[in-house]
Design a protein around this ligand. Sequence first.
Ligand code: SAH
Length: 389
Amino acid sequence: MASHTLIAPVLLVPAPTKPSLAGLSRADLVQTLAQLGLGEKPARMRAEQIFRWAYHYGQSDFSGMTNIAKVLRGELAGAFSLARPEILARQVSNDGTRKWLIRLGSGAEVETVFIPDVARSGALCVSSQVGCTLTCKFCHTGTQKLVRNLSAAEIVAQVLIARDDLEEWPTPERPLNDGDRRLTNLVFMGMGEPLFNLDEVTKAIEIISDGDGLAISRRRITVSTAGVAPLIPELGARTGAMLAISLHATNDALRDVLVPLNKKYPLAALFDSIRAYPGLGNSKRVTFEYVMLKGVNDSLAEAKALVALLAKIPAKINLIPFNPWPGAPYECSDWEGIERFAAHLNKAGYSSPIRTPRGRDILAACGQLRSESVKQRASARPDLSQDRG
Ligand code: SAH
């Protein structure tokens, strides 16, 4: 329609936006508040208050921060916001899985997925990078061109967006029981390789696990890596998070093909570093993810090799039926094959649940995430559900 093409130029100039405090650490809040001319001590006190409002109550408006003087609330609102990054698309799968496509400025987009009814109640799968440099053969994210690290604030913002959408922020009048929460666990299994962004991932975990804020315990936070061996013990020492390894193959020849990072850190080096992960024991097991690819890595011989490889490591195994994506070079193993594989692992004493694919209809399952920032402009994406669903 003609009226659509006649947009006044002034509308194309973005409104000046105030910097958002959403996602900042305590220390960064103190520094930022100093810009208002607050001395160190008052800045510290205000930072404590804002931290609790922002991350325990999910406040996105300074006017609701009732224990902060009105004048200061006004000044805060004049200089800053608590805005979240823009949500470009929100999709809900017929199994209840939700996926958000989030715009992080400068054309960078990531996806975040909430999966209900897993772990204690529900898990949020967050991204640590826009895209991924690893190019694992079976993973959709690896086919995306644009790659950059997310900041800690951008990682925390994904949790804020999910909590907003799930409407489960407590209020001072209506505290939320731990048992009522749906978002209880966090997994770094979205887009990107978290160990290539360890500083920001560590900082984000500090904010997310802080008892005065979101309070998701480090024991309920899992970081998954394709195997950046030298950084694995460091991850444990710095974050106390649970470790997951995307294994997918039991010998170097095949793993070199499926997970090219293996050429740099082959299985022997990878397993040395896994054994050095601090605090491993029966209550802190390593999760090994193993994608089931038909005729590629799903034989009984490989199940046996897997058991041998995991000897003496407190471990559980997640068998992930391969999730297809457009143009993928693999197929998912037959169901009987997967069950045969799982049965062997069980017999050897390993818990090895077959992960029910979740959110496949909206391309939200493992390895299906891929923001289209380089392929498609936002203006050309009026109906995302048809593109993807
Ligand atoms: N880079 C990190 C974080 C991503 S986690 C890592 O590799 O661990 C995402 C998980 O989904 C990984 O275990 C990945 O190997 C797996 N995955 C990727 N593509 C998949 C697909 N098409 N089907 C099933 N699982 C897949």
